[in-house]
Design a protein around this ligand. Structure first.
Ligand code: ADP
Length: 198
């Protein structure tokens, strides 16, 4: 079974591409989804994160205040590292379990936003980078998240440089156009991966 890593900057279209692969019947393993599940109240990761940040980072409903945590680690690299040290090994462990469960597929797609920045690269055999121009990403993120252009620019600038990411790609999905164009490009990759794996 081939394990295809899917990555890209914020708003490039990772989730959209994952949805298209999923509609083609492909199993998706999503690092963000796993992180979300791991940080539900009562879980070991939740308890450690609560200890790291303190009670002020817990909502009135007892859940982690993800927005506040995201804002804090943005300007505090050492807290960011501490958080990653809590989460990443566990995310990886869960991904390995899900990979094992999917082992009879021809190929699967692992959506890992931090694939090239963190210690996940050894999970995958091949890398897809989704790419779109900054102005298009900013427009799409504004519609999705209602963040200011300045906030979005700060996030884009804090992420891995676009060219460095593209250099690591085995396959690139350019997502500047309409959804139909993206669907066609994903279908082509799908056929290629099926051929590769058979
Ligand atoms: P990511 O997961 O990389 O952050 P998303 O897949 O969520 O990016 O895409 C960002 C936003 O742009 C979403 O609201 C998505 O629906 C929209 N989007 C993605 N690709 C296209 C496209 N080709 N045309 C129009 N909207 C798109």
């Amino acid at each position: 079974m081939w394990k295809i890593g899917l990555t890209g900057g914020i708003g490039s279209g990772k989730s959209t591409v994952a949805d298209i692969f999923s509609s083609l019947g492909i199993t998706i393993i999503d690092a963000d989804l796993i992180a979300h599940q791991l940080t539900q109240p009562g879980n070991a990761s939740f308890n450690e994160i609560k200890k790291l940040f303190g009670e002020n980072f817990i909502d009135s409903n007892g859940e982690l205040n993800r927005k506040k945590i995201a804002e804090t680690i943005f300007s505090n690299p050492s807290k960011k590292t501490d958080l990653e040290n809590i989460l990443h090994p566990r995310i990886k462990q869960c991904m390995l379990q899900e990979i094992e469960q999917a082992k009879y597929n021809h190929y699967i797609v692992l959506v890992i936003p931090l694939l090239l920045e963190s210690n996940f690269i050894d999970l995958v055999d091949r890398i897809i980078v989704v790419d779109a121009d900054d102005d298009i990403r900013i427009q799409r993120i504004q519609q999705r998240d209602h963040r200011s252009e300045e906030q979005i620019n700060d996030i884009i600038n804090s992420q891995l440089d676009r060219n460095k990411r593209l250099q690591r790609a085995d396959d690139i999905l350019y997502n500047n156009g309409e959804l139909g164009v993206l669907r066609d490009a994903v279908s082509r990759l799908h056929r290629q991966y099926l051929e590769m794996s058979s």
